[in-house]
Design a protein around this ligand. Structure first.
Ligand code: SF4
Ligand code: SF4
Length: 452
């Protein structure tokens, strides 16, 4: 009976050096530095990037984003998705190979494995060897280091959602709250299992992005590919021999490209969904080509058209349309960001009384104004009301709100009956920062009067 899932064969990728692996180390270094350092940076005395979920506020470089601004965040996520489609159509799995967190942390964990358990051959031997003190020591050192990195990753991640300096003090004094303990434990375990144990299984069976790629690829997409026309027929030969004289192609069938592959595939079998675009096989094959004194690039970044000796077209309709969409979205987000007024005025009418007839003969309506200073500085505002003639109101001349303060302001508006043309009139409430008139918002409400 065939099994539902294929049994996992443990992969021991061989370490390889080369141009693309050095590029990967550089991008991994940059992304990790960015990830670990960012929550420690301050802006105006506050954590520069903080997603304060309990208070539903995001602090990003001096700007406070309130729930009302979250539409911008969804635009940003949509733009990022289009950006990923664009890069994939143009250059294949660059994201997977160089910047995806799964790849980045797996690479770190593999490096720890190399430091503690040795080369590919030594690791395979260790796997097969019986339990000994040496094996126990190597294994436990590896797992302790893995857990250390996993905890640091989880700690940093939680530090994006709760002030990281306060979190550090809490960890050091062992006074964490239940949720902090839960999330720290959750992300530590998730990182440890994903990067230490699951590795390529996440790319193969969990990540949906890998499955979408077929839709985004075309014959002009840059992929990592083996040049069959040049490499076949493959076969071993003596160093320095001329392959053509032996009826061979350039592939010496050394299998180094397979040994270095973190997903255990053979690039010579063609484009496969398992390929995460790490370019290890390019560096491996180039090192062999160097030894054999053959030109590099038997395995290389290329396109299907190029391999078929057809011209590669970089600018194509799908790519152009995608690029235009990204530019339009980025312009819309920038416009929304630069014209954003960090001030909000919500108005609720008194629902208990439609209106009151005052002893002086005027008609009175009551409102509850909710003023929100959405900025990180205190501001003084003036509120004005328009829409009806000869109105009087109980609003103070100016109001001052501290940074991020929400003020409830009950007020009443009185209008002479002669000014009321209809029982239901529109009133405009305008609030303006007295020091910056660009910071101004107007909200509509209703003034109800008696039917004449
Ligand atoms: S075939 Fe393997 S080694 Fe080559 S790029 Fe793909 S995942 Fe990396
Ligand atoms: S590394 Fe290059 S030469 Fe060696 S098997 Fe792979 S493709 Fe052939």
């Amino acid at each position: 009976m065939s099994e539902l899932y294929q049994k996992r064969v443990k992969i021991h990728p061989r370490r390889i050096d080369g141009l693309f692996q050095r590029l990967r180390v550089l991008t991994i270094f940059l992304t990790l530095t960015f990830y670990y350092v960012l929550p420690w940076l301050s802006w105006n005395g506050r954590q520069a990037i903080l997603f304060d979920l309990p208070h539903r506020k995001f602090y990003i470089l001096g700007i406070t984003f309130w729930p009302q601004d979250f539409i911008m965040l969804s635009w940003l996520l949509i733009t990022a998705a289009f950006g990923l489609f664009f890069i994939t159509t143009l250059a294949g799995r660059l994201w997977c190979g160089y910047t995806c967190p799964q790849t980045v942390w797996t690479k770190i964990f593999m490096w720890i494995e190399y430091l503690t358990e040795g080369t590919r051959t030594q690791r395979m031997k260790l796997d097969k060897s019986k339990l000994s003190w040496r094996k126990l020591w190597r294994r436990s050192t590896k797992h302790v280091l893995w857990l250390g990195v996993a905890f640091l990753t989880a700690f940093t991640f939680v530090g994006y959602f709760t002030p990281i300096r306060e979190l550090t003090v809490k960890v050091l004094h062992n006074v964490l709250g239940p949720w902090e303990i839960f999330w720290l434990a959750f992300f530590t375990i998730a990182t440890y299992f994903n990067a230490g144990w699951m590795r390529e299984q996440i790319c193969l069976y969990v990540c949906p992005y890998g499955r979408f790629q077929g839709v985004m690829f075309d014959t002009n997409t840059m992929i990592i590919s083996y040049d069959k026309a040049r490499g076949e027929p493959r076969g071993s030969r003596k160093q320095g021999s001329v392959p053509q004289l032996q009826g061979l192609g350039d592939c010496v069938n050394c299998s180094l490209c397979v040994q270095v592959c973190p997903t255990g595939i053979d690039i010579r079998d063609g484009l496969q969904v398992e390929c995460i675009g790490c370019a290890a096989c390019i560096d491996a094959c180039d090192s062999i080509m160097d030894k054999m004194k053959y030109p590099k690039g038997l395995v290389r970044y290329t396109t299907e058209n190029n391999l078929a000796n057809k011209p590669t077209k970089i600018l194509r309709p799908r790519l152009i349309a995608n690029g235009i969409l990204i530019i339009v979205m980025l312009c819309a987000i920038s416009f929304a960001l630069f014209t954003r007024v960090p001030l909000r005025l919500d108005i609720a009418r008194d629902r208990n009384h439609l209106y009151r007839e005052m002893p002086a003969g005027t008609i009175q309506n009551s409102y509850l104004l909710k003023v929100i200073n959405m900025s990180q500085q205190p501001h003084t505002y003036r509120i004005s009301i328009s829409g009806l003639d000869n109105l009087t109101h109980s609003i103070p001349d100016t109001i001052t709100l501290a940074a991020e303060q929400i003020m409830d302001l009950p007020i009443s508006v009185e209008v002479a009956p002669s000014s009321i043309q209809q029982p239901n009139s529109v009133l405009y409430f305008t609030i303006t920062d007295i020091n910056n008139h660009r910071n101004s918002v107007t909200t509509k409400s209703r003034f109800i009067g008696p039917r004449s």
